[in-house]
Write a protein that binds this ligand. Structure first.
Ligand SMILES: O=C(O)[C@H]1O[C@H](OP(=O)(O)OP(=O)(O)OC[C@H]2O[C@@H](n3ccc(=O)[nH]c3=O)[C@H](O)[C@@H]2O)[C@H](O)[C@@H](O)[C@@H]1O
Length: 410
């Protein structure tokens, strides 16, 4: 029989390696058990989750049922989609070839243009926006960028696009966004479309007024000469979201001044009148005009007339009066008498909860308060990372679990 020399064996490198391997396997096994145990505990602690209200059994059922891993799989796929930067667009109908129009909007990233873009996109048309972004903003149309029906062209129409020629060539209908300013300082009240206006051709506003009047003349010349199908909207004062707060117009000026507690600046005696329409009304009017057969100029505005002083008073009325500057309850009494205090903690309930994605692109996701499901994400994430670290299955560089549809936040 061969004698084993243990003394010698124990000193051999092979033996030492074997012992190390056995010990590290045991450590890994114990760690993984701990990790699993921790993850179960976390599920049980999870505030909005299964266990918080229903107890331990539900949490374990949840995990054991395999739903947990199924959900992780789905969430990983969701993350992959988000990583690809795939945007979710507002739903648009699919129109057939006959009904779907291809529409070019110059100034389509501006205040009125962007609302028109939205409406036409939502109807299922193809929209091409041309803008030089002097006053227009990419932000106004960014929710459509990348959509199959949408194209954004950065160009200045001072370098001609020859839209009239294009309209003639492709037999398109052309709409001119004209203005109430073509009536100048009117002698007819209210202004009807057959009124030719009262414009000082050399006055300080004349380039705008006369510019629009010339644009109208050109349109009707094209119509007469080349049979281009023309529509002319004479747009009156308009307000609504995306209007520039610093454009110097009366609506933005008065609202800003009221909010900042500054005096309202009324130019002149304030007896001059204007009528203000909401931008969606205007957009509906523009589309109705384009869809109809009437080809002479049409006024689009709200006939409710205000003097500028009345308008200032109207805005001041809407300003919050006696608005408290601070508010925070002392809840010592409720704590003492009722043993009550709110459960929501500041960092996760009142503020935005931000999750950092460890993957490529290092995006961060921001969730509003009240979305309890975000807790779930955080917990899943922690558990999952923990398992990965402890079991050394994969590298931790990219693994995130998200349960809810977060696309609303992008
Ligand atoms: O939407 C329109 O039809 C037209 O509106 C404006 O022309 P305007 O009507 O003069 O608009 P605001 O600049 O908003 O002024 C409206 C009235 O409020 C007055 N105003 C304006 C601003 C202010 O701080 N205080 C004030 O009293 C003006 O003097 C004016 O009488 C634009 O200048 C035109 O380009 C546009 O075509």
């Amino acid at each position: 029989m061969r004698q084993i020399n243990w003394n010698k064996k124990m000193k051999s490198p092979k033996f030492i390696l074997l012992v190390l391997a056995v010990v590290s396997t045991i450590i890994l096994y114990v760690k993984s058990m701990e990790a699993e145990d921790k993850s179960q505990k976390r599920l049980m602690e999870f505030p909005g989750g299964a266990s918080a209200h229903n107890g331990q059994a539900t949490a374990l059922q949840y995990q054991n049922s395999g739903d947990f891993y199924q959900e992780i799989k789905e969430l990983k796929n969701r993350i992959k989609e988000l990583e690809k930067g795939r945007k979710v667009y507002p739903e648009v109908p699919i129109l057939n070839y006959k009904d779907r129009k291809r529409i070019l909007i110059t100034g389509g990233a501006g205040f009125v243009g962007s609302h028109l873009t939205d409406k036409l996109m939502l109807q299922g048309h193809e929209v091409y926006v041309v803008d030089n972004f002097f006053t227009g903003r990419k932000k106004n149309v960014e929710h459509w960028i990348g959509h199959n029906n949408f194209e954004l062209i950065h160009a200045d129409i001072v370098n001609p696009l020859f839209i009239e020629g294009l309209a003639k060539r492709v037999r398109a209908r052309l709409l001119l966004a004209s203005t109430s300013e073509v009536y100048g300082d009117p002698e007819v009240h209210p202004q009807t479309e057959d009124y030719w206006g009262h414009v000082n051709p050399i006055g300080p506003r004349s380039c705008y007024d006369e510019g629009k009047r010339a644009a109208e003349s050109l349109c009707y010349a094209y119509k007469k000469q080349d049979n281009v199908d023309i529509r002319v909207a004479r747009i009156f004062n308009t307000f609504g979201p995306r209007m520039h707060m610093n454009d110097g117009r009366v609506v933005s000026n008065f609202i800003l001044q009221a909010l900042q507690d500054q005096p309202i600046t009324i130019y002149g005696k304030g007896e001059q009148t204007r009528s203000f329409q909401y931008v969606s009304d205007l957009v509906n009017g523009l589309i109705a005009l384009m869809n109809g057969n009437y080809s002479m100029p049409v006024n689009l505005g709200n006939p409710d007339e205000y003097t500028i002083t009345e308008f200032a008073e109207e805005i001041l009325k809407r300003k919050p009066i006696d608005d408290p500057k601070k508010r925070k309850p002392d809840i010592s009494l409720a704590k003492q008498e009722l043993k009550w205090e709110p459960k929501g903690k500041k960092q996760n309930d009142h503020a935005c909860l931000v999750l950092f994605c460890l993957g490529p692109g290092k995006k961060h996701f921001c969730f509003n308060r009240g979305q309890w499901k975000t807790f779930y994400i955080r917990y899943c994430l922690e558990i999952h990372l923990n398992l990965l670290i402890n079991l050394k299955i994969k590298s931790v560089s990219f693994m995130i679990v998200i349960k809810i549809d977060v696309t609303d936040f992008f």
